[in-house]
Design a binder for this molecule. Structure first.
Ligand code: RIB
Ligand code: CA
Length: 313
């Protein structure tokens, strides 16, 4: 089977970084057409820089990285330095990137790439707020029907919120964008906190990253050492939840994951529940299913795959 063509839309972020490394280490399954950065965990200038740092860490400085939107569609940008540190990649000491940022805007890259490929052959993999994706859909509605699938990290149902009592960060930062994407009609696979909170980097799993002894393996261990303190303090977790790598792992081995095809709608009116993913997990409405909402993962299988692929870098 030929590799799946994808665009990674991202706000690195340590977990984004691991997702990008996993993708770049898996060329048999994944063909990364390019990476578009979006404002989210940290401002756009840093997410665009961090995406290139990660590509160089993977030894893939030929990947094209684009800067996209620097603020949400209709709200003031909320960032997450309290989780990811002031650079967004706190933990390891990594060199500034030498590879260039592409001149084209990330939104135009998404539009031009979808227009240049046959319908149904490009998958979008948003790992941050959905601002770039929704802006591309608004600017060029003709591309919507050309998208093969969207596999995204965002939202929550049983786990509820990690940035407010009701909302997960990626959706909360740009709920208007999420509403556009979830109503677009594109087939969507959602990796919510319900599943990502089961992908925890326990000490033994982090020791396995470090034991690789490679630049990438040690950097991932150091990123996790930094990134895990938020979830340990808040949730008493056994380790950092690897949110975004669930997206890449799904592309490589979807059998690691289980979920339900349900209706998911986005709260965009009430400030109390702004950005909540209202997931009809129990089928109590007649609203049309629009997303495969993932609820569980084979965590040992996930970490086995991730560690084996990181060893390739
Ligand atoms: O809520 C977790 C999500 O928000 C992850 O994608 C993390 O990188 C941040 O963007
Ligand atoms: Ca992210």
């Amino acid at each position: 089977m030929s590799a799946r063509k994808i665009i990674i839309d991202t706000d690195p972020g340590q977990d984004d970084a691991v997702a990008i490394l996993l993708a770049l280490a898996s060329p048999e399954e994944i063909d990364v057409l390019g990476i578009s950065a979006v404002a989210g965990n940290v401002p756009l200038s840093l997410t665009a820089k961090n995406a290139r740092i990660v590509c160089e860490l993977a030894g893939k400085s030929d990947v094209k990285v684009f800067a996209g939107c620097e603020r949400p569609m209709g709200r003031v940008l909320v960032t997450a330095e309290h989780v990811h540190g002031e650079t967004g990649l706190n933990g390891p000491v990594l060199p500034d990137p030498e590879m260039p940022l592409q001149d084209m805007h990330g939104v135009d890259f998404i539009i031009e790439t979808l227009r240049a490929h046959e319908a149904g052959t490009v998958t979008l993999c948003p790992l941050g707020p959905l601002t770039n994706i929704a802006t591309a859909f608004e600017k060029a509605p003709d591309i919507i029907e050309k998208v093969q699938e969207i596999v995204l990290m965002g939202g929550a149902y049983f786990e509820v919120g990690n940035i407010t009592p009701a909302a997960e960060f990626n959706i909360y930062v740009d709920p208007q964008a999420a509403d556009i994407v979830f109503k677009s009609g594109v087939p969507i696979v959602v990796m919510p906190l319900d599943v990502t909170h089961k992908a925890l980097v326990t000490k033994s799993r982090n020791d396995a990253f470090r034991a690789l002894g490679t630049k990438a393996g040690v950097a991932v261990a150091e990123m996790t050492d930094f990134f895990e303190r938020f979830d340990r303090e808040k949730y008493g977790s056994e380790g950092a939840p690897l949110h975004d790598p669930c997206v890449t792992a799904y592309l490589i081995n979807p059998d690691l994951f289980t979920g339900r095809h349900i209706n998911v709608e986005i709260e965009t009116q009430s400030e109390l529940t702004m950005g909540m993913t209202v997931a009809d997990w129990w089928g109590v409405t007649d609203r049309k299913p629009n997303a495969l909402f993932i609820g569980d993962v084979d965590a040992d299988g996930f970490f086995g795959l991730l560690t084996e692929r990181l060893a390739r870098l």
